[in-house]
Design a protein. Structure first.
Length: 81
């Protein structure tokens, strides 16, 4: 395990997570959460937990992103009336 790589990946994950919380556009938040899952997948892989990384990639970056986009597509904006 390379400690500096672990630190950099963890730092990127924290930055992306904070950006996902502060962004106003919902589609941008979905993309940032997908990027967070990708960085966590890389972190798990670098730590040697390949099975956890594969699950994170499949569920976190794949299925969850698709569900979020589908939910966003099926919602409508509130009217200003």
């Amino acid at each position: 395990m390379i400690a500096s790589l672990n630190f950099i990946l963890c730092l990127f994950a924290v930055i992306v997570a904070a950006a996902a919380l502060t962004v106003k556009d919902l589609l941008s938040a979905i993309v940032l959460l997908s990027a967070f899952s990708f960085f966590m997948c890389l972190l798990w892989t670098e730590m040697g937990a390949v099975d956890v990384a594969f699950t994170e990639a499949a569920v976190g970056a794949g299925v969850s992103t698709a569900f979020f986009v589908a939910a966003l597509y099926n919602t409508s904006r509130r009217s200003k009336d």
